[in-house]
Design a protein around this ligand. Structure first.
Ligand code: ZN
Length: 335
């Protein structure tokens, strides 16, 4: 199944709370799970793609023993982690019913497993968290879940890119109520005031060099910060290039709910995120881009193989998309 960074972090967080509350946390083998989860969450929040979040025994050995990396030989480390891994699997299997009950109650249909993987040409073993669907037979409620439709695009988060240093202040920005209005109002005033100076100068016929400079500076600032105003209005927009590292492409700027305020209203935060999907028509990679022409003002899923035909809508809340072209693609590959 597709690994989704958002889902992985959420299920992991829930499993962490579960081990803490059930006192399993004090068992060394269970600490292994926590160590892998901690490292994974650190990787993901630092913009590393979900499939690259795997860790060698040497790192985990150091975490478990609280010793510096390299103090134990890789043989010792490998053995220690292997033993704990086997025991961890046993403990988790034993307590699975209680874990699954809790996850289901919270609305999750997946649990996390630790998988041991190896890389071609690398003798080392790596440990990686994997989302695994809770089996149907174990989950009476799942029968009511609609079956996945092959004509629908399913988006997942592979990567949470990092803001470049100068764009970082926006990552900590939490917007709520008056602060949100102040943010938008402040931004608009910031650009409109200098533009007004410029326009008044034109109307008055007294255009001086500093009027032109102030006007141009306002226009540049407006262009730079427009996405921030848009994201407050539209919740998700294309992230501007000046916030991103060179190799981050097709990244979105998303305003999402991160909790509730004291007065019950949602607390919102801006983040960078990269939604992707497999194209339901051809199986190609689908990126989320700004819609052009008839889809202006919307974000759409666009297949890299057929940029103007394989187009899907994009809903960042349900993470689903329906075909935007009504020319029979809906039936996809079986026709
Ligand atoms: Zn396609």
């Amino acid at each position: 199944m597709l690994q989704d960074a958002d889902q992985l972090l959420a299920v992991g967080q829930e499993m962490q709370s579960w081990v803490t509350e059930s006192d399993l946390i004090n068992l060394k083998p269970v600490e292994l799970f926590s160590a892998i989860y901690r490292r994974t969450s650190e990787y993901l929040t630092n913009g590393i793609p979900v499939e690259e979040a795997y860790f060698p025994a040497t790192d985990l050995n150091a975490d478990l023993k609280g010793i510096p990396l390299g103090e134990d030989s890789s043989d010792t480390a490998g053995k220690y982690v292997r033993t704990n891994y086997a025991r961890m699997s046993e403990i988790l299997a034993e307590h699975k019913p209680s874990l699954r009950k809790r996850l289901r109650k919270k609305g999750y249909r997946e649990e996390l497993d630790v998988e041991v993987i190896s890389k071609p040409g690398d003798p080392r073993k790596y440990y990686q968290l994997k989302l695994v669907r809770i089996p149907e037979s174990d989950d009476a409620e799942s029968s009511s879940e609609p079956k996945s439709d092959p004509g629908i695009a399913v988006y997942s988060v592979r990567q949470l890119p990092k803001f470049l240093p100068w764009a970082k202040p926006f990552a900590e920005l939490t917007l709520s109520g008056w602060r949100r209005s102040l943010f938008v109002g402040g931004m608009v005033t910031l650009f409109c005031a200098p533009l007004a100076v410029f326009l008044l100068a034109i109307i008055g016929g007294q255009l001086l060099l500093w009027h032109v400079l102030v006007g141009s500076a306002a226009a540049i600032l407006l262009w730079l910060f427009k996405p921030l105003i848009d994201v407050v209005e539209r919740s998700i927009v294309r992230a501007p290039d000046w916030m991103l590292r060179l190799n981050d492409v097709d990244v979105q700027l998303e305003l999402r709910e991160v909790g509730a305020q004291d007065n019950g209203l949602p607390l919102r935060q801006i983040r960078l995120v990269k939604y992707e999907a497999e194209c339901p028509v051809c199986g190609g990679n689908m990126a989320v881009v700004s819609g052009k022409r008839e889809f202006r003002g919307r974000m759409v899923g666009q297949c890299s193989r057929s940029r103007s035909e394989h187009l899907y809508s994009f809903d960042h809340i349900s993470k689903r998309g329906v075909p935007l072209r009504t020319n029979g693609y809906y039936r996809g590959r079986d026709v």
